[in-house]
Design a protein around this ligand. Sequence first.
Ligand code: CA
Length: 225
Amino acid sequence: MAEERILIVEDDDTIATNLIRALGNHGYAVARVSTAVDALKRFDDFDLVVLDLGLPDLDGLEVCRRIRAVDPLLPVVMLTARQAEIDIVMGLDAGAVDYVSKPFRLAELLARLRVQLRRTEPAAPSRIDVGDLSIDPGARRAWRAGEELDLRTKEFDLLMFLANEAGTAVTRERIMSEVWDEHWFGSTKTLDVHLASLRRKLGDAAGEPSVITTLRGVGYRLECG
Ligand code: CA
């Protein structure tokens, strides 16, 4: 896994030095800036920002709002000596995901950073429901009208790909590259075979399929039901 990149925005050299060393020791790629202007120039390249509230050129809350305006998902953890509750509320209003008061325990800060970095990974949907179809991607199980389908690996992949694009026409080329292999140069006959088998298992009539529609010369579309 690639190193997670953390930007420390802190004008206090002692705190910054300690943080750089500690986060570096824990396997993060760390960079530090000491002004709001530099933070706003560079935050784009990072997975998380640790942001001091009291900066020399601009308030940390304002920096947080500007980061938020550009990247709503980038976690910003505020670091501040201001402990009043109103400051915490303002920090969260500005879009900070967490708030750590100085002086802080390093272990606590690290724990909070870990939580935030995990949260930015897109969560796999627990369930995909399209019409009377239901798919559990984690368990790799699928049902139609409550009845479990006995699908082989590629049939399941194919069904999930089509279900994720339900209601949209997908080309044979896209299916081949995303379900099979992006370097696939072979015949697309294998797609026909798997699709026929999937349709059979779905109970989709060969002459008049109602779940997966064939779009001649284009590709396929999974109907929304
Ligand atoms: Ca400061």
